[in-house]
Design a protein around this ligand. Structure first.
Ligand SMILES: Cc1cc2nc3c(=O)[nH]c(=O)nc-3n(C[C@H](O)[C@H](O)[C@H](O)COP(=O)(O)OP(=O)(O)OC[C@H]3O[C@@H](n4cnc5c(N)ncnc54)[C@H](O)[C@@H]3O)c2cc1C
Length: 399
């Protein structure tokens, strides 16, 4: 097997596969290698619907081999260290690969261990999370088990997370479930977030606050979950230091946890990272700020957009255009990413607010109607159209 590639890609997730497919569509003789340790590829956005009991978990996973584009070579290993001066990547098993150009897309790291007691109790005692394939189904069990007089808590950490809306989407599904069962007035539903507001774009924040009030949800901001005692069903939260740093213990019957997240450790420890650990790229061209032959996209970069697959759909063509321009000897990178991100905010069963916005948090909507209004048509988009597009268009490089 070749140890040198014209383009070497780290990560065969949403971003890595989209870029590989697009590159090979434009230049089929390119020698492309993809370093990816997992033999499974996941469609993570549907885990919210799995947690709400309205999507088949098995439809969110396929064999990694089935999504590797024709013409690319899959290296089933994990990248471990980078030597950007020598155009070299060393993998966990010790093999060294070299490249002309590198695309880095290893996603975000879930730091379950940063909440004391969480790993031990996740998946039992009413402690659930849609942030892992093998956990999402248990969320629905927890929702179904809630009885009159009980408490459901939904958390969101103060760190960046993938899909900033996901911690609350599952809450609206749960609240709608309780409502349909006639339980909503007798169940306490709380959102406890390390952030300072419900959503960063005012238009959608206003719509969400109306929703919160219609479901009687209690809002608590600037609190991070720091400990869970599953057996006693107690969650400990800490107020931001800037607000006094006090701790509060809340009892729960179910708690949906969004874990703290950060750049993958091997990125943090590398020369590719900025001070906060993220891959340091130009937010418009996606080229590394120090190494001209390195590009990055997806959840692991420092670009200040919402970390979503929707963002990757707009980043991938920009990265590919700029990389190909560089390969063809151009001194100018022709394409610019404007920070587009989207969040299909599930507002209940059959209702969805489609938030779309750019770096300046200005709405950039696709449809000729007010997307802040919860709609059935947008629910159909999330449940049927987007999963189809993902497997058939996005991963094939044609969307
Ligand atoms: C519950 C939930 C709901 C979401 N909802 C939405 C939504 O509604 N809309 C939306 O657009 N997005 C949503 N997302 C976010 C979306 O799934 C991510 O933004 C997207 O998958 C990021 O793509 P990525 O390629 O950067 O990372 P990933 O798709 O996570 O892929 C990263 C890949 O890198 C690999 N990797 C890790 N370490 C290494 C290494 N050392 N060497 C090589 N490879 C490595 C991993 O195995 C993985 O295959 C949601 C996510 C979750 C969890």
């Amino acid at each position: 097997m070749s140890k040198h590639f014209q383009v070497l890609i780290i990560g065969g997730g949403n971003a890595g596969i989209s870029v590989a497919a697009k590159l090979l569509l434009k230049k089929e003789d390119l020698l492309v290698g993809i370093i990816e340790p997992s033999d499974k590829h996941y469609y993570q956005p549907a885990w919210t619907l799995v947690g709400g009991g309205t999507f088949n978990l098995q439809k969110t996973v396929r064999a990694e081999a089935s999504v590797i584009p024709k013409g690319a070579l899959w290296i089933k290993d994990a990248a471990k260290t980078f030597e950007p001066e020598n155009n070299q990547v060393t993998c966990a098993c010790g093999t060294v690969y070299t490249y002309d150009y590198l695309v880095v897309a290893p996603g975000i790291q879930l730091d379950w261990h940063k909440v004391k007691g969480l790993k031990e109790t996740l998946g039992k005692n009413g402690v659930c999370s849609n942030y892992a394939f093998d956990q999402a189904s248990y969320t629905y069990e927890c929702i179904k088990n809630i009885q009159q007089g009980e408490t459901a808590i939904f958390t969101s950490p103060s760190t960046p997370v993938k899909c900033g809306g996901a911690p609350q989407k599952i809450m609206y599904l749960a609240a709608d479930y309780f409502k349909r069962k006639g339980l909503l007035n007798d169940v306490s539903v709380s959102f406890v977030s390390g952030g300072g507001m419900i959503f960063g774009v005012k238009k959608y924040a206003d719509a969400l606050l109306k929703l919160v009030s219609s479901y009687n949800i209690n809002l608590n901001f600037k609190y991070d979950l720091i400990e869970i005692d599953g057996e006693k069903k107690l969650a400990t939260f800490k107020l931001m230091e800037s607000e006094g740093g006090k701790t509060v213990i809340m009892p729960f019957n179910m708690i949906h946890v969004t874990p703290p997240q950060s750049a993958p450790d091997f990125i943090k420890e590398s020369k590719l990272a900025n001070a906060a650990g993220w891959i340091d790229v130009n937010k418009n061209t996606l080229q590394h700020t120090q190494y001209a032959n390195i590009f990055a996209l997806g959840d692991a970069t420092n670009t200040p957009n919402a970390k979503t697959g929707a963002a990757i759909r707009k980043q991938a063509p920009v990265l590919v255009a700029n990389l190909l321009a560089l390969i063809n000897g151009s001194k100018v990178l022709p394409a610019q990413y404007n920070g587009y991100g989207s969040c299909p905010l599930v507002a209940g069963y059959g209702k969805l607010i489609l938030a779309e916005f750019d770096y300046s948090n200005t709405p950039v909507e696709t449809f000729p109607f007010n997307q802040a209004k919860p709609r059935w048509s947008m629910w159909l988009l999330k449940k049927y159209v987007l999963p189809w597009m993902y497997w058939n268009k996005i991963l094939k490089g044609t969307a």
